[in-house]
Design a protein around this ligand. Sequence first.
Ligand code: MN3
Length: 241
Amino acid sequence: MDRKKFLKAGALAGAATLISTPNAFAQNLVDNDIDKLVDANGNYILQPLPYTENFLEPYMDAETMHLHYTFHHGGAVKGANTDLQMIKKAMDDNNFQTADYWTKKLSYHFSSHVLHSVFWTNLTNKKNDPQGELLRRIEKNFGSYDKLKALIAATSKNVDGNGWGILAYQPFSDSLVVLQCENHEKLTQWGCIPLLVIDVWEHAYYLKYRNKRTDFVDAVFNVINWDNAAQRLNNAIKLVK
Ligand code: MN3
């Protein structure tokens, strides 16, 4: 099967799986269109969580989920809209004195919006493992699934300050890469499309895990939705071809 036919078949199989599945999470992912981050006017919008706030208990507690989604992700969306308005104002006023400040803030806030949106859909209470094309590429680029897990875990646990561990598709090298992101926007490689992200900001774990970021990262591996990462990989490959 050539590449195009393979991708088409994969997309059709994926659609059929989502339509016929009794898995409410997968159905919600389609219905809520969670990766729709902007409205028709280009303003940023916060999609509903694809599950209830206690869905990932005991690994992620409902109170943390509530605060994290509502105020941290929600706050980033509000911030990004403010940044956008301020850049527009600078353009309208033809006064660019503070435009670089708002451009920088937009990079921070919008990157937060993107990563949080990916993060929620990367999680599920039904444990699964990588399969198909995702597994094939993991084995090609990292040796094995276990090696990849060890690399993402170490990368996430060791972020300096607040940030993320990220598995991404790098279209320029047609490969999977692991990134260690600081804040929301630093230490990326241009072009990378995030497939799986682990939030290691203190707000993601401090209520339940206190200072034990390592325990939190280990716990996250119980709730990773690799099917979602696989779906994202298929979309990413299609996007850049
Ligand atoms: Mn966060």
